[in-house]
Design a protein around this ligand. Sequence first.
Ligand SMILES: Nc1nc2c(ncn2[C@@H]2O[C@H](COP(=O)(O)OP(=O)(O)OP(=O)(O)O)[C@@H](O)[C@H]2O)c(=O)[nH]1
Ligand SMILES: [Mg+2]
Length: 409
Amino acid sequence: MGVQLQGVLTAEVTETLDELAQLTMSAGAEVLLTVQQKKTRPDPALFIGKGKALEIKALAEYHQADTIIFDEDLSPAQQRNLEKMLETKVVDRAELILDIFSQRAHTREGKLQVELAQLHYRLPRLSGQGVLLSRLGGGIGTRGPGETKLEVDRRRIRDKISYLEKSIEEIKKHRGQQRSRRKETQIRVAALVGYTNAGKSTLLNHLCQADVLVEDKLFATLDPTSRQLVLPNGQLMVLTDTVGFIRKLPHQLVAAFRATLEEILEADVLLHVVDCHHDSREEQIKSVMEVLKEIGAENKPMITVLNKIDLLEGRQEFIDRMVSNYEPAVSISAKKMIGFEELETELMRQFAEDWNRLRLKIPHDRSDLMAHIHKVGRVHQIDYQPDGTYIDVSLKKEWVQKYQSYKVS
Ligand SMILES: Nc1nc2c(ncn2[C@@H]2O[C@H](COP(=O)(O)OP(=O)(O)OP(=O)(O)O)[C@@H](O)[C@H]2O)c(=O)[nH]1
Ligand SMILES: [Mg+2]
């Protein structure tokens, strides 16, 4: 069910409804029919108009639908009223996405985060109902936490939430330690970001000979996976694949997935993978930038990776125009392994920019500094002289300040 509110174009509604159908199938359900309504503003009680609701009820009965999915976020009251009136389970976009996530979460971290998001989603929907967790039928919206604990009160949900938050915090700490170890070394990190189904995992697999699950399904990847890669200049780097973004990503999810999304914040550069064959590519790029902003990563260095150019054969001009629009950008086919050299060149260029080459003179009694330089820098030449050790080294920007007083020309 999609609603075209005032100021929204018909094409846009059709596109997001197509996406909703894809999401529904990704959740393992079958789409029987889609319905649209034009409305100036949402009805406070039902979101849609009453007449439309009755029409949907008849259609649902006729098609024997057991779930009605709305492409918008419904208020707890709207959802309740609709379920009562339609006598069918009513799911909104956020709940549908949460359901897919709960089916896809495999690691402990992923599961904890999805459960946390689901509880945050359900908490306001418990008000005065007590047994709202006993949803009609099965399928979307009934999986995950709470389904068996019908009498669970808010208190216990709150306790569960704080327990989950604590567990996630611990995982986060552990991850932070791993990262700081990585930071001490010279390994650079690039994080793959992008709309779901853009081809991030395919790129990771083909660039790093990895075997991450690739599927023509939304949200195939939930957990961060990292693989090492050696660039042609010998630079060692790590490529991290993570959860894809989507329009109207439920804010409960973004909040709960903070630990996972931190991988993005910590990266040296972001590779924004775009399905440039997709009709909604511009919208998708916008949505990705919005989520990046929400997590505070909008100012990270970014390379736009225009993917799936194998589907745009004979449209080189169009591709070139996109590349120059999104500079720095490269066009590739992750599947057919086209354009990988250009991508690697661009990565090397990005990484080179934040390395500074310096010549330092380190006093003989500062072996601690020498050890540190070897650890964090790339040493090109060492010259032991009576007045100190002369060292020609490349250092990351963050270390240059520390060695300022040892600089020699
Ligand atoms: N034609 C073509 N298809 C591609 C290309 N890259 C990826 N695909 C297909 O696009 C679909 C999604 O690929 P994934 O690598 O799973 O996409 P993803 O960005 O990891 O998606 P999520 O994990 O869901 O966020 C799969 O069916 C891939 O085979 C490409 O360069 N060309
Ligand atoms: Mg993936």
